[in-house]
Structures are given as C-alpha cells and as structure tokens.
Design a protein around this ligand. Sequence first.
Ligand code: ATP
Ligand code: NMN
Length: 280
Amino acid sequence: MMSNSEESVTTMAPSLSLLRSQLSSFTASSASLKLIHSTAPLTVTAKTLFVLDSSFNPPTRAHLNIALSSFKDRSTGPIEEKRLLLLLATQNADKAPKPASFEERLSMISIFVSDILSSLTPLSPAIDIAVTKHARFLDKSEELMRHYPNVTEQVYLIGYDTLIRILDIKYYPPAYTLKPLEVFFRNNRIRCMHRLGDLWGGREGQDDYLRNIGSGNREAEGCKKEWAERIEFIENENSTPVSSTRVREAICNKEEGVLDDLLTEGVRSWLRDRDVYTQD
Ligand SMILES: Nc1ncnc2c1ncn2[C@@H]1O[C@H](COP(=O)(O)OP(=O)(O)OP(=O)(O)O)[C@@H](O)[C@H]1O
Ligand SMILES: NC(=O)c1ccc[n+]([C@@H]2O[C@H](COP(=O)(O)O)[C@@H](O)[C@H]2O)c1
C-alpha cells in the first residue's frame, strides 16, 4: 500500500483544475514524491511495482509498449500482485521543463492510463500516477520503498538511452564512481527496451553493452558484473523509431499522417483539440 497522508487520492480521472492544485501544493511542499491518481484502491497489495519514469512530453506508443510489458510477462507473477506507476519527473537530470506544462502532461498521462486499460481489456490492473522532484533513479527508488512498504521488488521500465545514462559516472558526484548504485541493484531490477534508430548503435551494439557489463569490463568504474543479471532487454515492437521529440516535431510541422503510429488514440484526440506543441 502506498502511504499518502496529505490528501485523499481519487480513482476517477482527475480534472485539469484538480491537477493544477495538486501540482502547486506539491511544488510548495518539501515532499519529494506525491501520488496523484490510482485506478485501483491503494489497499490492494502488490509485490512488484513496475515504474515507468518519464517526462511524458507527450506519452507515446513506445511508452505504451514498455508499460504493457509489465502485465504481459507472467514470470513476474499474477496481475493481482503487480502495480504500474507512471512517474512524472518534474526535475530532469538533463532537460529544462518545456514545452507542455506539467498539468497538461498529467492530463495526458491520465488519458494514457485509459489507453493502457483499453488495450488490456478485460484485465483491469492497478495503475498509479505520481510526480517526483527526484531526477536520479537511485533517489526515486529509495523514496518509493518508503511509499510502497509492502512491495518487495521495483522493476524500472526504461529505454536503452536511459540505461547508459543510469550507468554514467557523471551523475554520481563527489567520487564519480557507480558505487552508489550498489543498493539500487540489490533491491531493484531494470527492464530495458532496445531503442531503434542509428543513433543508438543497433540492437547488436545495445546487447553488447550489457554483455560488456556481465564480463566485468567496467568493474574499475564501480559497475559490478552481477548487475547484468538484474538488467533484462525486451523487444521493441514499434515498427519505426518513436520518441516524444518526433511527436512534437510532427505536430509543429502539421504532419498529421504520422501521428497515429506515434500516439495512442486517447492522447492523439486530446492533442487534436488543443494548441500544445503547435509552435517551436
Ligand atoms: N522508442 C523508444 N524505445 C525505447 N525506449 C523508449 C522509447 N521512447 C521512450 N523510451 C524510454 O522511456 C523512458 C521515458 O522516455 P522519455 O520521456 O525520455 O521519452 P523520449 O521519447 O526519449 O523523450 P524526448 O524525445 O522528449 O527526449 C526513457 O527511459 C526512454 O528511454
Ligand atoms: N543517473 C540517473 O539516474 C539518470 C540519468 C539521466 C536521466 N535520468 C532520468 O531519466 C528520466 C528520463 O530522462 P529523459 O526524459 O531525459 O529521457 C528522467 O527522470 C531523468 O531525470 C536519470
């Protein structure tokens, strides 16, 4: 069960004004994480928490595929023992917050949750939406352990570009080694989707990156070879490269035709009625 003492959390889709007030109270508070919405009562006990942390600027079909993998895979237990958390990071390790406002993104995330549920019908898994001020995964994970005391394992759903950044020493001052991640890998696992497109070195190069860790070649940086067993690659089912950047460009350039391949139906129709991303 997630503890959220400040306010009650609705299971109805939240309105924009409610999201705005929840966000401003979160920003003004000293809290680092706040639950905004849940599709199932928080009293339901889950052993595995799947965490999809993102800027959701906007949510895309790539986010959908990675999120669905939580419920498709039976090796991590029955659906009743799982919970999916869509975590909006209001402070990014690399990016300034633009161009959709955080309340617009939360609106899109709540529509995205309906799109996830539609594609899983008749299953109705527990999905939570929360916001966090933590940028790094090791800090998010510590905080979530406190918020979900009954969860025994967190599984981070990420793409290859994020894997290489989690394992980049530049995020771990003052010693600049990966040693601080030891606790993270003791308690959590990573499920990583290959990222399509030339930029990321192809599937083989991405698999090699993980093999290199497993061979112990990065131990000098503090990257333990056992961590390779806590990282699992999953198939990327998108037929073309998908990214939030590509969606923003397509909307700005009025390339209507490509949007169905990039966005889920609900998010697509929400964006069609609004002026988000229409300018650079
Ligand atoms: N097409 C994709 N393939 C694999 N992983 C993806 C894909 N799109 C997003 N992800 C992963 O989902 C997580 C959240 O993604 P994020 O919000 O940064 O999306 P993005 O499309 O990379 O955003 P932007 O284009 O704005 O930089 C990250 O871990 C990212 O690696
Ligand atoms: N070392 C880390 O834990 C680390 C590095 C880079 C990005 N991140 C986080 O990954 C998430 C996704 O980042 P992008 O939106 O930049 O793809 C964000 O929450 C960002 O802060 C974490």
